[in-house]
Design a protein around this ligand. Structure first.
Ligand code: 5GP
Length: 143
């Protein structure tokens, strides 16, 4: 079995329902953006649609326009906030492809020339650092 139905008990479903906290960067009617707790680079942000799906393949196509509008906004703000040279945007579907949380999400990763990203889903970051990084991106969104 390579996939199954959406399970609302996944960690991002819990974040969306306010059952567990996150370092929020941006929210609108259709999307939420928050810091990845195991960032592969400073400013690593996740963007999720509020409408549930496991990933890209079972998503209602209607979610993609608002989702990628938020990805674009957050990518620009994270790039500016961390004075990055570029920004990587990526998304995994099913465990075989590297997915570990089964609610559709897009990674936004500021990248600097010559700096390799840290390991995917590696060590937990200091919550105070994540809070400060979220604040930097929020400030860039408002600029
Ligand atoms: P995936 O491997 O599914 O593409 O990415 C899941 C991401 O979620 C990983 O980068 C991981 O660090 C992050 N993550 C896992 N658990 C939590 C959590 O409880 N809160 C937040 N904000 N991120 C999480």
């Amino acid at each position: 079995m390579t996939s199954s139905a959406y399970d609302p008990a996944n960690i991002f479903g819990k974040i969306l329902r306010g059952e567990i906290p996150c370092h929020r960067v941006y929210e609108d009617a259709h999307t939420l953006a928050f810091m990845d707790v195991m960032p592969q680079a400073d400013g690593h942000t996740l963007v999720v649609p509020k409408r549930p799906s496991r990933g890209l393949l079972d998503a209602d196509p209607a979610v993609f326009a608002p989702l990628f509008a938020t990805v674009q906004r957050v990518a620009a703000a994270a790039k500016a906030a961390f004075a990055a040279d570029g920004v990587a945007v990526y998304q995994y579907n099913e465990a075989a492809a590297g997915q570990t949380v089964f609610h559709l999400h897009v990674h936004v990763l500021p990248r600097h020339e010559g700096a390799a990203p840290r390991r995917h889903a590696g060590g937990m970051a200091d919550p105070a650092v994540l809070a400060a990084h979220a604040e930097r991106i929020r400030a860039a969104l408002d600029a």
